[in-house]
Design a protein around this ligand. Structure first.
Ligand code: DHB
Length: 390
């Protein structure tokens, strides 16, 4: 019997992955963009795909003599599907870069494929701190929950908030937000009086909000992923938590620009911390918001869109710097250390951690020209992911 027969399926697929990049050779440069285009996280996919296409429309589809081909795949936010699609994109389509990743489990499921095939993997959405440690081929253009949560825990006690109940989605980013918010608030002399976790899939916030009402903290701190914020806001108001004197504070995932304008005046005054607001007052952002909206029937870009737009920038520049030569390692090297102006402000890909360093803003929901926006009122410059400060 030939030796090959004894190879397990896993070893076979590992061999296929390792061989894949060497075979990729023609004048196209392929980006495999895996996103949740349907299901609970569909707005993330819609925003990122639209932003990637906008970047290409503005910057052309030929870079360093290569024609850029974007291959979009819908993983419906199921990590097993993400992994299968990534494997197919690497082995069959011979993509040069993997990108997207709407939720943390999808990014973590794909990390070993990036490592084995030496394919750079640009995480444009998922935001658990540890993701960049799952593969040396991962580069992140989104954010991390520790990065954005700490600013709010500094702001709260200076603004009359001493006791807080935390309410987070029960998975990676939520657990990061809960821990880093609590540690910092406690350090600042405040107190987390209860820590509640809701399921990621089909969450029912009502029973948790009732517990918060009974607990009567000064504020409720919330993290839920993009797309779930409007439901939290609605039930917070319906249960009369605001009338009971409980303030709502959150990461900007809750007052998501994709949904904010439909949340109604009940959202006015909610203070959040985050890395991007469609109302960010820079010339570059004004142009970005206008162009995005024009290309997408009036849709307002959210923080997912900016992660996708900047991710495309990182890929384009890496291709330019490596002059279209070399494989995944050359591309990866050229992604590390990129420093540029994004619609969110100045950003930097830390060469050591491959994670994003960026400004974090405190914002308040206000009405401007009849529309609800997250209006920035303070900034913490150049914030590294505190989840990695060891
Ligand atoms: C993640 C997903 C989100 O939609 C978000 O707003 C933050 C984090 C995640 O799964 O990592």
């Amino acid at each position: 019997m030939k030796k090959r027969t004894f190879l397990t399926a896993a070893a076979l697929s590992a061999a296929a992955l390792a061989a894949a990049p060497a075979m990729a050779q023609d004048n196209t440069f392929k980006i495999g963009l895996i996103l949740p285009m349907t299901g609970q996280q569909a707005t993330t996919g819609r925003q990122i795909e639209a932003a990637a296409r906008l970047y290409m429309a503005q910057n052309g589809d030929t870079v360093a003599g290569k024609k850029i081909q974007l291959i979009v795949k819908d993983d419906t936010s199921l990590p097993d599907t993400t992994r299968r699609l990534a494997q197919e994109l690497v082995v069959n389509d011979k993509v040069n870069v993997l990108a997207g990743f709407g939720i943390t489990p999808s990014a973590l499921a794909t990390a070993p494929i990036a490592t084995q095939s030496k394919t750079p993997m640009v995480v444009m959405a998922a935001a658990t701190s540890s993701i960049t440690q799952a593969s040396p081929y991962i580069v992140r253009t989104s954010f991390t929950l520790p990065q954005v949560s700490v600013a709010l825990a500094d702001w709260a006690p200076k603004n009359g908030i001493k006791t807080v109940v935390t309410l987070v989605s029960d998975y990676g980013p939520g657990i990061d937000a809960e821990k880093f918010f609590k540690d910092r608030l406690t350090f600042n002399g405040g107190q987390v009086t209860d820590a509640l976790r809701v399921p990621l899939r089909n969450p029912d916030f009502a029973p948790f909000l009732q517990k918060v009402r009974d607990n009567k903290p000064d504020a409720l701190f919330v993290f839920v992923p993009s797309g779930a914020g409007a439901a939290v806001m609605k039930q917070f108001l319906e249960r009369g938590l605001d009338k009971a004197g409980i303030r709502l504070i959150a990461t900007g995932d809750v007052t998501d620009d994709d949904q904010l304008n439909d949340m109604g005046d009940g959202a006015l005054g909610v203070v959040t911390s985050h890395h991007y607001s469609a109302a960010h007052p820079s010339a570059m952002n004004k142009k970005f918001v206008e162009a995005f909206s024009k290309a997408n029937k009036g849709l307002r870009p959210n923080f997912m869109a900016v992660g996708g737009y900047d991710g495309m920038r990182v890929i384009y520049e890496a291709l330019k710097t490596s002059k279209g030569q070399g494989g995944g390692d050359a591309l990866l090297a050229a992604m590390k250390g990129q420093l540029f102006e994004s619609p969110r402000g100045k950003i930097f890909i830390d060469a050591q951690t491959r994670d994003i360093v960026q400004d974090v803003y405190l914002r308040k929901v206000e009405k401007k020209d009849g529309q609800l926006y997250n209006v920035e009122f303070d900034v913490i410059k150049d914030v590294k992911d505190p989840g990695k400060a060891k």
